[in-house]
Design a protein around this ligand. Structure first.
Ligand code: SF4
Ligand code: SF4
Length: 463
C-alpha cells in the first residue's frame, strides 16, 4: 500500500493543480438519517429570523445597540459572564464529542457540509446530472448546451447564496430592516447592500468552487482534532482484518484466500473529499458516512454482513481490541463540560430580568448649592429591562425626611429588551454632609419580582 496519501492531498495533483472531485450519489441508512438532521438544521437557520417571541425576533445580534436577543431574553454587552460560560460549554462539548466520536460535527452539523452536500451539490446534480455526466460535461468543449447548463447552475447558485447571505444579515439587522433595505434603492443602504454582495460572493466562491478545500486547507478544527482523539475514539473506519487481502471477484467466485473487500472502489467514488478510507484515518475525512452506506450496499449484494466500513475505534479495527469509552481524557472533558454547563444553567436560571446603574452626571461640578443651603447632586439612573415584557419601575431614595429625590418621570416605563436612562436629582441639606459627602440609597422596583438598591455617595463642599 503506497503511503503517498500521507504526503499529498488527494485533491491536489502532482503538478500542484486542483483535482476536481465528482462524488457519486449514494443512499442508505446513514445518508437518510443525515438528511433528517441536516434539513432540521437548515430549517432552524432559515426560519429563526421569522419567529417572534415576546414581540422581538427570536434571535437578533444587534451590534449597534450592543445587545443580543435570544428567545425572548435580552443580553447586553455587560453580560459577558454568560458569553464566557457559553464559550466554555461549546469548547468543552467540542473536546468531549471529538474525543468520544471523532469529527461528528464535521459530518453531521458543520454549515460547510450541510450546505455543500445537501443544498448546492443536489442543485448541481439536478442541472448537470450524476457524477459521470458532470465529469464528461467539464471535459467537453464549450457548446451552447454546456454554456446553458453552467450558466443556469451559476444563476441558481447565486440566488441560493443571496438567500443565505440575506438570512445571515437578518440575524444582525433584523428582518424588518432587511425588507426595508431590499425594497429601497441600494444607494440608501449602501453599506448593507455591499455587505450582502460580499457575503453572497464568499458563499458562491466557497460552495461553487472552493468546496472540500476549505476542510483540508483552511479549517483549524481539521488540524487540531487529531490531538483530541486517541485510538479509542469512535469514528468512521475500515476493518482491514476482515477486508484484507482485498481482491476483485464476482459473488459466485470461491475466493477463500481473500478478505471481504472486493476492491470495487465505490467507497472512494462516493467520498466528497476523494479519499480512500481503507488507507486509515486521514486529515481529509470529514466523517460523512457516505462510504459506510456505499460499502454496506456492496456487502448486502454479496450476502455478507454489513459493517466492513463502520463507526468503530482504531483499537478495535486495527488490533481487534476492546474500545474503552471511559478514559482519563473523557473524564476530564466531562468534568469541564459539566462545570461550564452547570455554571451556565445556574447563571441563566438566577438571572435578574432587570438591572440598574446609577451614574454621575457629566457636569464640571458634581453638585449644585441651592439658595436654601441644600446640596443637589445630578445623577443618571440607567435601567435595563432584559425581559420581553414591558415593565414600569418606581424609583425612591433613602427614607429620611431630609433626602429629596426629584426625577421627571416616576414610575418610569421601560419597554421589553430596552435600556433607558433617566436623570435624577438627590437633594440633601448641606449641614448633613460629613467631610463633603453623604451616602444615600436609591431603590428601584417593578412592583413584582424585582427590587434593587444601590448606594450612592453624594458630594458637596467640605467647608
Ligand atoms: S466499498 Fe467496500 S468492498 Fe468496495 S472497495 Fe470499498 S471497502 Fe472494498
Ligand atoms: S472517507 Fe468516508 S466518511 Fe470520510 S469523508 Fe470520505 S466518504 Fe466521508
Amino acid at each position: 500500500m503506497s503511503d503517498d496519501y500521507r504526503e499529498v492531498l488527494y485533491t491536489i495533483s502532482k503538478d500542484g493543480n486542483r483535482k476536481w472531485v465528482y462524488p457519486q450519489d449514494i443512499s442508505g441508512f446513514f445518508m437518510n438519517t443525515r438528511k433528517v438532521v441536516v434539513y432540521i438544521l437548515m430549517a432552524i437557520y432559515i426560519l429563526m429570523p421569522w419567529i417572534e417571541i415576546g414581540g422581538s425576533q427570536a434571535v437578533l445580534l444587534d451590534l449597534p445597540s450592543r445587545k443580543f436577543i435570544f428567545l425572548g431574553n435580552t443580553f447586553w454587552a455587560t453580560d459577558t459572564q454568560f458569553l464566557f460560560l457559553l464559550l466554555g460549554v461549546l469548547a468543552s462539548s467540542l473536546f468531549f464529542f471529538t474525543a468520544l466520536f471523532g469529527r461528528l460535527w464535521c459530518g453531521w452539523a458543520c454549515p460547510q457540509t450541510v450546505f455543500l452536500e445537501f443544498l448546492y451539490r443536489p442543485i448541481e446534480r439536478l442541472i448537470e446530472g450524476p457524477a459521470a455526466k458532470r465529469l464528461r460535461l467539464d471535459q467537453a468543449p464549450w457548446t451552447p448546451q454546456k454554456i446553458f447548463k453552467k450558466g443556469l447552475k451559476l444563476f441558481v447558485f447565486a440566488l441560493v447564496s443571496w438567500i443565505l447571505a440575506s438570512t445571515a444579515l437578518a440575524y444582525f439587522v433584523g428582518r424588518t430592516e432587511l425588507f426595508d433595505m431590499i425594497a429601497s434603492p441600494p444607494t440608501e443602504n449602501l453599506q448593507l447592500f455591499v455587505l450582502t454582495l460580499v457575503l453572497m460572493g464568499i458563499l458562491l466562491f466557497e460552495f461553487g468552487w472552493f468546496r472540500e478545500q476549505f476542510c483540508t486547507v483552511v479549517c483549524p478544527y481539521a488540524r487540531f482534532q487529531s490531538v483530541l482523539m486517541d485510538p479509542h475514539t469512535i469514528q468512521v473506519g475500515y476493518d482491514p482484518t476482515r477486508g484484507e487481502p482485498r481482491g476483485k471477484r464476482r459473488k459466485s467466485d470461491d475466493a477463500t484466500e481473500l478478505g471481504d473487500c472486493i476492491d470495487c472502489g465505490l467507497c472512494v467514488r462516493v467520498c466528497p473529499t476523494g479519499i480512500d478510507i481503507r488507507n486509515g484515518l486521514q486529515l481529509e475525512c470529514i466523517q460523512c458516512t457516505a462510504c459506510i452506506d456505499a460499502c454496506d450496499s456492496i456487502m448486502v449484494g454479496l450476502d455478507k454482513p454489513k459493517g466492513l466500513i463502520r463507526y468503530d475505534s482504531e483499537v478495535k479495527l486495527l488490533e481487534g481490541g476492546k474500545t474503552k469509552l471511559i478514559r482519563p481524557r473523557i473524564f476530564f472533558y466531562t468534568l469541564f463540560l459539566s462545570i461550564f454547563l452547570f455554571g451556565f444553567l445556574y447563571a441563566i436560571g438566577t438571572r435578574e430580568l432587570s438591572e440598574i446603574k446609577v451614574l454621575r452626571g457629566a457636569l464640571d461640578k458634581p453638585y449644585s448649592l441651592l439658595d436654601d443651603e441644600t446640596i443637589s447632586n445630578h445623577l443618571h439612573l440607567r435601567i435595563s429591562n432584559k425581559g420581553s415584557e414591558d415593565r414600569t419601575y418606581t424609583i425612591s431614595a433613602t427614607e429620611a425626611e431630609d433626602v429629596q429625590l426629584i426625577t421627571p418621570i416616576n414610575p418610569f416605563p421601560v419597554p421589553g429588551g430596552k435600556m433607558l436612562t433617566t436623570p435624577i436629582f438627590l437633594n440633601v441639606p448641606k449641614a448633613s454632609l460629613v467631610d463633603g459627602s453623604r451616602k444615600v440609597e436609591v431603590t428601584v422596583t417593578d412592583g413584582a419580582s424585582y427590587t434593587q438598591t444601590q448606594e450612592v455617595t453624594l458630594l458637596g463642599p467640605t467647608g
